[in-house]
Design a protein around this ligand. Structure first.
Ligand code: ZN
Length: 176
């Protein structure tokens, strides 16, 4: 983490980098849907820390955060296309219960991955029956317009290792 301020007179003042690809960004955010429902918020808990330019967050929010600096607040509206995707009414499928790992407890909303033609594809459990399970390839927020109220807290350059891994290490990130 960069220590801002308190520089020696001989050291040039530390400038806050703006958000760009290859920076690690900490934000507080509240996500509200069109109907005013608060779907998610970091306020009151740990801020979200992510690697900018690595598709760690939805594209529409990432795009609107580019160039912002610590201390800035913004409201970012994100269309489904730049959010969690359009809702596909054909995206549902009924599969046998035994398509899931043996002993796996199943609940609506659980996410699994299946091997698709373009690599691992997420899917969600929608309904659980005795012998059959309804799954959907639609993200739970698919088709929704998202409004993010964001406060930018910190911006720093990513380390080489973080760039290679495509995610943040340390506080708010991966530990490994
Ligand atoms: Zn890593």
């Amino acid at each position: 983490m960069l220590a801002f301020g308190g520089s020696l007179p001989t050291v040039p003042p530390v400038t806050h980098p703006a958000i760009a690809d290859g920076t690690v960004v900490s934000i507080h955010y509240t996500l509200t849907l069109e109907d005013g429902t608060v779907a998610d918020s970091s306020v009151g808990s740990e801020p979200l820390t992510y690697l900018h330019g690595a598709a760690n967050i939805v594209p529409g929010l990432e795009r609107q955060l580019t160039g912002r600096k610590p201390g800035e607040k913004l409201e970012a509206d994100v269309t489904p296309a730049e959010g969690y995707g359009e809702f596909d009414p054909e995206g549902e499928q009924v599969v046998p219960r035994k398509a899931f790992p043996k002993g796996q407890k199943l609940q609506p909303g659980m996410m699994f991955h299946t091997e698709g033609p373009q690599g691992p594809q997420p899917l969600w459990v929608k309904e659980v029956g005795e012998a059959e399970v309804t799954i959907t390839y639609n993200h739970p927020m698919a088709g929704r317009t998202l409004r993010f109220a964001v406060e930018v807290l910190e911006v720093r350059k990513a380390t080489r290792e973080e760039m290679e891994h495509g995610h943040v290490h340390g506080p708010g990130g991966h530990h490994h």
